[in-house]
Design a protein around this ligand. Structure first.
Ligand code: GLP
Length: 243
């Protein structure tokens, strides 16, 4: 029960209590939590207190509101270690999820300046462009637009890109992604991205640009991707430089 004489405000105590119910697994991801009215009755607090506690948990992405349907426990985010070069498929496999892709575009396209610069080729030189909606257990979590340039890379146009690109590159094309440089930025998703990702326009997303090098340290892939901010958390292990 909440303690009205405690120095912590009631909404804060309620927030802690609700958080515990989620973290201890009493309320599972995807489950609807009791209504505001029910929470008022259970904890003997005002509607304002309940609303404030729930709103803060929504802002922290632990809960989400579905207009008219209620408030639900969010699914845990996909954790991604920044220092390891992995494919989307590997990331999902490590989390026990099924990786998938819906191919939106697969074509030869002239390299725009940023692509040409990253791949160290001339502007407008044709590159293989692959735009894919990435799925985790059939849920859309990101959009990846890869540009490929290496000898005979056009053959990839005839491949099934709903599977892992990196597996294809290594098994069929002798191209092993060994290093990559990545840049992360916060962004608001466009109307087009919002529709594909099934979120509202303007929802926060992570915009990532990656240049991938092969075993000879040649750039073979330049990717622009957009991942749902509510489904991803990136982390890094840091250490001080040794003298
Ligand atoms: C990650 C990278 C992309 C890369 C993709 C390949 O998501 N950010 O740059 O293209 O993996 O994944 P897969 O091998 O599953 O197609």
């Amino acid at each position: 029960m909440l303690d009205k004489n405690h120095p912590l405000p009631l909404y804060h105590q309620l927030k802690q209590t609700l958080r515990e119910r989620i973290e201890q697994g009493e309320w599972k991801p995807g489950q609807r939590i009791p209504s505001e009215r029910e929470l008022c009755e259970t904890y003997r607090v005002s509607r304002m207190t309940v609303r404030q506690a729930v709103t803060e948990l929504v802002n922290e992405n632990l809960l989400w509101r579905d207009q008219g349907r209620g408030t639900f426990v969010s699914k845990p985010k996909i954790q991604k270690l920044l220092s390891r070069l992995t494919s989307f498929t590997e990331d999902m496999r490590a989390r026990g999820k099924q990786a998938g892709a819906r191919v939106l575009r697969l074509e030869l396209a002239p390299a725009k300046p940023a692509v040409a610069h990253a791949l160290q080729i001339a502007e407008n030189q044709p590159v293989v462009l692959i735009e894919r909606l990435r799925l985790a257990d059939d849920e859309p979590v990101g959009i990846e637009t890869s540009h490929l340039s290496f000898e005979r890379c056009e053959a990839i146009l005839h491949e099934d890109l709903s599977r892992s690109l990196y597996e294809l590159l290594t098994s069929k094309f002798g191209q092993f992604p060994t290093h990559a440089e990545e840049q992360l930025e916060a962004a608001a998703c466009s109307a087009h991205e919002a529709e594909l990702l099934g979120v509202r326009r303007g929802t926060p997303v992570l915009s990532i640009k990656r240049t991938t090098l092969n075993q000879e340290l040649r750039p073979i892939e330049y990717v622009e991707s957009t991942y749902r901010g509510d489904r991803y958390v990136f982390y890094a292990r840091l250490s001080v430089d040794h003298p």
